[in-house]
Design a protein around this ligand. Structure first.
Ligand code: PHE
Length: 465
């Protein structure tokens, strides 16, 4: 924490409480937050829907020029405040002599993460259901019609979705009740590298199929005529989503980061691993999509309908399928935990309740909101709650929450984070605490002060018009 921040009263500051045990522990936890359904489920299907290569290029640019600077800024704010995001913003703004309204940035982030979790846990529930299918050998030699029907009947059944949604939320609450260090750190230490390894195995398998080069071409040869304005907005929104930005999740994790760890190097590592995982997921999935004559733009069902087909054909497919969906579930859980962490920290600090109770309260709340998404997939599939607004036309509750968070709240949160760090803080403090000088620091300041806010705003205004 800077001496300037220390001189003001920080009533909730966690001086002396446990931190991440090492730089690696933080990288794995933050990568655990970043790498999730966004990489393995969402990235491939939105890339498919938006025509491939051109979308990927815009996405990579968004990560490097907008995502990375915001990631650095967000982790930095967390470490400087050492409180829940809401109180971090409140007290840092006071320390820096800025408006107390900055605390609403914390509020918006906490709310965004909470809303994301409400539907994320429904999809996390799909992966639990699929672990079950995989272990029981349901994919063995199944044809695409059978696999399609399996997915369809899951979505059509509110009770199935509700069961797995509940189990997922319960797991998240159980882990969070135990605090940051014990369970989470140990889990990600083993499972994140394993996920990476399994993806490589999947890519290896995909390389042996006839359509691998077509997939490489699809992912890396840009055809800008296939990219719509909405596609650009989706790429930007996804850059935020996949790096968990603007939701204060990284801020909350950063609040436990030991002082001596380099935020810049750590952030680069997180962004690189996250991007690699997304690209590898694309390289694992699209060859199978093409080889089976399926549509890359199949939408949210892509990995739940194409991968099982491939597993059903490959040797030891039951084993690989079980491991894959288990690890998808783990990736989802390590992200989900980071979504509820900001709210729990706030409940603990502000209401003075213990961690277990805070986790239960937050869990019950998120479970309840999740019901909207559960029913959006079946009973309310034709109900478009905000159809009077053109952007939300033909969007169910599920789609509205997804669009609102990924395309509006996260970018807005990220925008305000860089505005705060770039405009309200003294550059000398930043330079000193990030350990950056000269050209690299000037480049970072240029990105934080001008380029990322300008790009986010341009895309925003375009969207409004
Ligand atoms: N980054 C996560 C993913 O890619 C999603 C996430 C969003 C996590 C916001 C935390 C906060 O799946």
């Amino acid at each position: 924490m800077s001496s300037q921040a220390q001189s003001i009263q920080m009533p909730h500051s966690r001086q002396g409480s446990p931190m991440w045990s090492s730089r690696l522990a933080f990288i794995l936890a933050a990568t655990g937050s970043a790498v999730g359904l966004g990489n393995i489920w969402k990235f491939p299907y939105i890339t498919g829907e938006n025509g491939g290569g051109a979308f990927v290029i815009v996405y990579l640019l968004c990560i490097a020029m907008i995502g990375l600077p915001i990631l650095i800024a967000e982790i930095y704010l967390g470490r400087r405040g050492r409180m829940s995001p809401i109180n971090t913003m409140k007290y840092l703004a006071r320390a820096d002599g800025s408006s107390p309204h900055w605390k609403y940035l914390g509020w918006m982030g906490v709310l965004a993460a909470f809303l994301i979790l409400s539907f994320y846990s429904v999809i996390g529930g799909w992966s639990i259901a699929y672990v079950g299918h995989a272990v029981s050998g349901d994919f063995n030699l199944a044809d695409s019609a059978t696999i399609g029907a399996m997915f369809g009947s899951m979505l059509q059944s509110p009770s199935t979705l509700l069961t797995w949604h509940s189990v997922f939320v319960l797991m998240v609450v159980a882990i969070l009740s135990g605090g940051i260090r014990g369970g989470l750190e140990k889990t990600v230490n083993i499972l994140m590298p394993l996920l990476f390894l399994l993806l490589l195995v999947m890519v290896g398998y995909a390389m042996s199929t006839s359509e691998f080069m077509r997939a490489v071409d699809f992912l890396f040869t840009p055809d800008f005529s296939k990219l719509s304005t909405e596609g650009v907005l989706t790429a930007l929104g996804h850059a935020f989503f996949t790096l968990s930005l603007g939701s204060c999740a990284m801020m909350a994790y950063g609040s436990f980061l030991p002082k001596e760890v380099s935020i810049v190097k750590t952030s680069v590592a997180i962004a690189v691993v996250d991007t690699l995982v997304a690209l590898l997921a694309g390289l694992a999935i699209f060859p199978l999509v093409f080889a089976n004559g399926m549509e890359p733009g199949a939408g949210p069902g892509l990995i739940f309908q194409t991968l099982p087909l491939a597993f059903g054909q490959m040797p030891a497919g039951t084993l690989f399928a079980s491991l894959f969906f288990f690890l998808l579930l783990v990736a989802a859980i390590t992200s989900a935990i980071s979504m509820l962490e900001p709210a729990i920290e706030w409940l603990e600090e502000q209401r003075g309740i213990n961690r277990r109770l805070a986790a239960v309260i937050a869990g019950v709340a998120v479970w309840s909101v999740g019901l909207l998404s559960v029913f959006s997939l079946n009973t309310w599939a034709d109900f478009y709650p905000l159809s009077f607004m053109p952007v939300f036309a033909e969007k169910t509750f599920f789609d509205v929450i997804d669009y609102l968070t990924a395309n509006i709240m996260l970018p807005l949160g990220g925008l305000f984070i860089v505005l705060y760090v770039g405009r309200c803080m003294k550059p000398e403090i930043l330079s000193q605490e990030l350990g950056l000088k000269g050209m690299p620091f000037r480049l970072l300041m240029f990105l934080i002060r001008y380029l990322s806010p300008a790009l986010v705003m341009v895309v925003f205004i375009y969207n409004l018009i």
